[in-house]
Design a protein. Structure first.
Length: 276
């Protein structure tokens, strides 16, 4: 029972860490006080849980946990969270904090679902299964966000055409404005990008733990990383002011078409993505 409880608490830490990354990403791009407050609160909970586990482990083993790779990874992840909180609270180095948390999250996932942890735990099979579940859940959430960006972009094209051809009637009064559709598409991929990143990290760790061998050149893996790059470039160019209006809407639509291609055909051609 204790092992199961500890496993659940570590999974909760990974999820809280992942959600905090989403809000850190939003704050970095748009500097919203609400987003940073949520991100800091979630990261504070993660740090508190990590610290409690670290202290309990020291008490149990009667030594500092750095003698094995497994212990070192956990201590390193704890240090990164601590450092990111210090930099944010006292120095407000937002970009540095965001990058540190990305690295910290990766190492937290490695520790929580490390092969040595799975092998020595009586709930190892459950951990592997739940890692897969969390990976798929975050992937689907990211796809939902990108689908929403597609909808907003399609509405943007429709509104532009109606206004240009002067075919505006009362039946279209419930539609958002051009500015609102563009903003909606931006917010959607702003959420979708970190969710997809988290999903890829979790999926990679699941493959390391569960599969005897797998190729990084697997069609679904390559397609997912390309998808992440495509949406990141779209967002970056929009932030730079070089991609706006109709071109911005079309970029979202083409990116979503690639998402569908990767989702259906990438899964069929993949060597191990049978669960999609």
């Amino acid at each position: 029972m204790a092992d199961i409880t500890m496993a659940r608490l570590h999974e909760a830490m990974v999820i809280l860490y992942a959600v905090s990354l989403v809000f850190y990403f939003v704050d970095y791009l748009y500097t919203t006080k609400k987003a940073i407050r949520i991100a800091m609160s979630l990261l504070g909970i993660v740090w508190l849980m990590q610290t409690v586990f670290l202290v309990l482990y020291i008490i149990e083993t009667q030594r500092f946990p750095v003698l094995t790779l497994f212990e070192g990874i956990y201590f390193y992840a704890w240090l990164l969270v601590t450092l990111s909180l210090v930099l944010r609270i006292f120095y407000r180095f937002d970009f540095a904090v965001f990058l540190i948390n990305m690295i910290g999250f990766i190492f937290m996932v490695i520790h929580t679902f490390a092969p040595v942890q799975i092998e020595r735990s009586p709930v190892g099979e459950a951990l592997v299964s739940e890692l897969l579940f969390i990976h798929i859940t975050f992937a689907i959430l990211s796809y939902a966000a990108f689908s929403l960006s597609f909808v907003f972009s399609a509405l943007h094209l429709l509104l532009y055409r109606l206004l240009k051809q002067k075919k505006w009637t009362k039946q279209w009064t419930s539609l958002p404005s051009l500015g609102q559709t563009e903003q909606g598409a931006t917010i959607s991929i702003l959420v979708g990008i970190p969710l997809l990143f988290v999903s890829l990290v979790l999926g990679f760790q699941w493959a390391v733990v569960s599969l005897e061998e797998f190729s990084l050149l697997d069609v679904k893996i390559v397609g997912s990383f390309i998808l992440l790059i495509i949406y990141s470039v779209i967002l970056w160019r929009h932030r730079q002011g070089s991609l706006n209006g109709m071109n911005y809407a079309w970029a979202h639509i083409y990116a979503f078409l690639f998402l569908l291609l990767n989702f259906f055909f990438g899964s069929r051609l993949s060597e191990f993505h049978f669960w999609y």
